[in-house]
Write a protein that binds this ligand. Structure first.
Ligand SMILES: Nc1ncnc2c1ncn2[C@@H]1O[C@H](COP(=O)(O)OP(=O)(O)OP(=O)(O)O)[C@@H](O)[C@H]1O
Length: 250
């Protein structure tokens, strides 16, 4: 089938996924514009993780369209090919190397340059060093750069993991529950950090913490039973009776 004509960065239309007859995603449609940051909320089992799994190629939809940058049909690509296209995912559980320093973790995550001439190596290490400085600044770990990652707080480890994702320079970052277990101060800093990242990257963030979602100040999609229940700014969706009923509580 021909790709739909869309200027969207990410385009999901009519996506359904069943596990043993149970519909985890049920005719889900979602459009993310280039440069956008979107917050995804919804009760346990709403399909948030399954949606991320479909976008990253971990789970194949039974039906529906999934396009990236208008032309890439993500249903036809495997996880590695989708990552290579520029979709990066941060899981809730950090996977940093504890014994390595913060900056070495970032260096390991930097995309290996392809087809590089040997006499450019020195020049490239300079570029890599600048990139690492930039990422350390963004994820607020410049002062901890020479410490082992194992010495970081829970929140700082999450930031390092976001930094490692940035090192791969994805066009779209998928971030799953970044502030779970963080202090209030770390949560506020994480909102600030993602807003900064969003100046140059598109982001989808799944999160239950409503204070955090408010601080992001972006369009919110509420999932429920595998479909979009409501979409809009947080005040609008919070005022939606159906959202109050299934998620926010009275
Ligand atoms: N591999 C699987 N096999 C069977 N059922 C699954 C599988 N993955 C997810 N499900 C079911 O699909 C539904 C949607 O799950 P999903 O993890 O996407 O929800 P979620 O919105 O991410 O929830 P949470 O907020 O708890 O993380 C759940 O009922 C879950 O039990």
């Amino acid at each position: 089938m021909a790709a739909p004509l869309t200027s969207a960065l990410l385009y999901l239309d009519g996506v359904s996924v069943s596990f043993d007859g149970f519909r985890a995603l049920n005719n889900l449609s979602l459009v993310l514009e280039p440069g956008e940051m979107r917050a995804i909320i919804g009760p346990n089992g709403a399909g948030k993780t399954t949606m991320m799994d479909v976008i990253t190629g971990k789970t194949r939809p039974d039906t529906g369209d999934v396009y990236f940058q208008g032309t890439h049909d993500l249903r036809r690509l495997d996880e590695a090919a989708i990552a290579e296209l520029g979709i990066g995912r941060k899981f809730q559980k950090p996977t940093v190397f504890d014994a390595h320093t913060v900056e070495d973790n970032l260096l390991l995550a930097l995309k290996a340059p392809r087809g590089v001439y040997a006499n450019l190596v020195h020049h490239l290490s300079g570029a890599q060093a600048r990139r690492i400085d930039e990422i350390l600044e963004t994820v607020r770990l410049a002062e901890r750069r020479r410490e082992p990652a194992g010495a970081l707080s829970h929140g700082q480890r999450q930031w390092l993991e976001i930094g490692m994702l940035l090192a791969q320079d994805p066009a779209l970052l998928l971030v799953d529950e970044p502030v779970a277990g963080m202090t209030d101060a770390e949560t506020a800093e994480t909102a600030e950090l993602l807003r900064r990242i969003n100046r140059t990257h598109s982001v989808i963030v799944v999160e239950h913490d409503m204070h955090f979602v408010r601080e992001l100040d972006v369009k919110v999609t509420v999932l429920h039973e595998g479909s979009v229940l409501a979409e809009g700014d947080l005040d609008a969706v919070s005022a939606d009776e159906r959202v109050v009923e299934v998620y926010l509580g009275r």
